[in-house]
Write a protein that binds this ligand. Sequence first.
Ligand SMILES: *Cc1c(COP(=O)(O)O)cnc(C)c1O
Length: 401
Amino acid sequence: MSKITRAQFDDVMVPNYAPGKIIPVKGKGSRVWDQDGREFIDFAGGIAVNALGHAHPALVEALTTQGQNLWHLANVMTNEPAIALAKRLTDLTFADKVFFCNSGAEANEAALKLARRHAYLHYGPDKNELISTLGSFHGRTLFTVSVGGQPKYKEGFEPTPGGISHVPYNDLAAMAAQISDKTAAIIVEPIQGEGGVTPGKKEYLKGLRALCDKHNALLIFDEVQSGVGRTGALYAYQKYGVTPDILSTAKALGGGFPIGAMLTTDAFAASLGIGTHGSTYGGNPLGCAVSLAVINEITKPGVLDAVETKSQRFRHGLKTIDDQYGIFKEVRGMGLLLGAELNEDWAGRAKDFLGAALDEGLMMLIAGPNVLRFAPSLIIPDADIDEGLERFERAVAKLAS
Ligand SMILES: *Cc1c(COP(=O)(O)O)cnc(C)c1O
């Protein structure tokens, strides 16, 4: 094979992405290497996906073992890994039932469809309204960009589906004013990820639960980014002590293999009867076998507890850098989903940090123009945190000089 170059991307790919200038070819743990053998520390984790880093032995083992046996059957047959994974997820959460799909958007699509259908079956067609929050992100399908609270992702794709409204996040009064007996569901991220790494307030999420109960509306938690250990609990709702009716999960669920799931209770699951919804690849044995290995690793004793310790280490390191250079307005987030908002002097320059970090051998993320985002492997070694932060500091020093 002749050498693939970054320039070729522009020749053959739809220009909806603007990938960085390097082409990674190998990963191990929290380190990644490009075509030229340059090594990078990974604070991005494939956008909160590689929760166990790269090429984790247990995941490689699950993938290769399953890969030699059975990849796909479609849902005209069930399979062992799908049932085993569903059993594990229902044992570990509020849920009684699971629907598998392949991405976060699809998990939300299933959640929103279930909410509407449940309202339709139990209260009639007028109860169809969905309330979401400004700044939220729920995926890129037409339904999920419509429900998402960021207008830029809808522009030019209208007409979008109706019956959807948006209110400010963490504003219980605004939600109380918007909800009615016509509301089928409220959907929120317990921590807004793409919108800037903004944790929901506990009283807010509790209040949403009460509002939904009062109006027979379903509470959907989009945990596509906050789930699978990211906050130090398997799911963020467990940390908050507020239980949704439906939960969507993806990203880290496959640790890098595409899989998504919608979790719900028996009572609501019943509204998606035979033939009402589906996905060809959803619940395929290969994805479910890998995901089961992810869940098994993450729930091993000590792994989730260590997320909080690593979070402290990260925050401390970021604070030390901020003390010296004065770049942040605030560092926020939970567990290993951290956002550092730039102060007025650096407003709008988050992208510059991405580029500068890459030059120093560090992969990281942003969440909008003002927030630097960190979502490393949940098992990143302390030494990699320290060295990654040193590289980050060098990047900051260059930008500040
Ligand atoms: C990433 C994300 C999605 C979309 O997931 P895809 O797998 O890209 O479809 C949905 N919701 C949240 C909160 C996300 O962070």
